[in-house]
Design a binder for this molecule. Structure first.
Ligand code: SF4
Length: 346
């Protein structure tokens, strides 16, 4: 049986060797110990509340060719779609009526959805819903574009670094995509004033324990307001179609470590977690996560936003997803909160 060494009892896992020890000693006992600690820390800040975000996946066109992603430009079998401005605004209206006060606009890096269109859309949502947060997840852009998004009214930006090791990054992405660029984007976003989210895949192809340690150290250094991690799940039309998926156990351990490392962070129990295990999202909350992100996209396009195989919740209307998640959270003693759920102030 593994117990935390005395050195780690202080619950500040900040050193390389400490992270490595935790990842190499991932037993059910260690996970139970860490998740109890993480749950207590999250409870002191967020009580039994879980924040909810309405996810709008508005375009699955992408100019990039990340080797693990189902909507990469090289996947000729993907059925592409792009929502119109009105369709996106309709999603917001449905979401607002259901109690959502954060809209997450997510898409591939779609050159035909221009920066000007996006700025106009952000401005429209900002003026229609001044009590809501607008989160963007639109990939890498020039600093001036990020600034224009922020000025138009966006508040938060999600940009997972995916892996903090340049060598590992090379194995997951084509040459034109560079880890340095991605890190620079994260720095720009922070400087501009966005609440910033980063994160990484757990169990991605060629990943080592050292890579995950680098991810934790990078996350600690960046000190983001949001951290999204989920297990890697292969997609049938990618070069990594036969790679093994990441595990629930490793993802849960990492959620607990991240909660203890950055107590106030907004950490979602991701759809990918719910895809590899029917109770994955509940397990994520019990390991220290405090956010869920049900889908507000029209059901007609849900299946097409397929980053990985067998994604759950592709057939349910937004209202059904909302009720389902609310019941799931109640089932483990938690309650969905309907306010904006910003990063806690000091
Ligand atoms: S991971 Fe993101 S940037 Fe890469 S291909 Fe997929 S949608 Fe595009």
């Amino acid at each position: 049986m593994n117990k935390l060494p005395a050195k780690l009892e202080k619950e500040q896992f900040l050193e390389k060797d400490e992270f490595k020890w935790l990842l190499e000693n991932n037993t059910p006992e260690l996970r139970a110990d860490l998740s109890n600690r993480a749950k207590r820390v999250a409870g002191e800040i967020f009580g039994n509340g879980v924040y909810v975000r309405g996810l709008i996946e508005f375009s699955n066109y992408c100019k990039n060719d990340c080797y693990y992603c189902g909507i990469r430009c090289g996947n000729e079998q993907a059925h592409r779609y792009r929502l119109s401005e009105q369709e996106i605004l309709d999603c917001c209206a449905i979401g607002y009526d259901l109690g959502f006060r954060t809209f997450v606009l997510q898409g591939g890096e779609d050159p035909d959805f221009s920066d000007e269109m996006m700025i106009k859309l952000i401005g429209k949502i900002r003026s229609d819903y001044d009590d809501c947060a607008i989160t963007l997840s639109l990939g890498e852009r020039p600093r001036a574009v990020y600034e224009a998004f922020f000025t138009a009214g966006a508040n938060r930006y999600l940009l997972r670094h995916e892996t903090a090791s340049a060598e590992h990054y090379r194995k997951l992405h084509p040459r034109e995509l560079r880890l340095e660029n991605r890190k620079e984007c994260l720095t720009h976003l922070k400087e501009i004033g966005f609440q910033v989210g980063t994160g990484f895949m757990v169990g991605s192809p060629h990943q080592t324990v050292e890579n995950l340690v680098a991810d934790l150290l990078f996350t600690k250094e960046l000190n983001p307001q949001m951290i999204g991690i989920g297990p890697f799940i292969p997609h049938q039309h990618t070069p990594y179609k036969d790679a093994k998926a990441g595990t629930l156990e490793e993802t849960l351990l990492l959620i607990s470590i991240l909660r203890l490392m950055l107590p106030k962070a907004l950490i979602p129990a991701t759809t990918a977690l719910g895809t590899i295990d029917p109770n994955g999202r509940e397990a994520g909350i019990l390991a220290g996560a405090n956010v869920v992100m049900p889908n507000l996209s029209p059901v007609s396009v849900r299946k097409d936003y397929s980053l990985y195989d067998n994604k759950i919740c592709t057939g349910d209307e937004a209202a059904e997803c909302r009720v389902c998640l609310s019941n799931r959270m109640k089932g483990i003693g938690y309650e969905i909160l309907t306010h904006r759920g910003d990063y806690p102030k000091d």
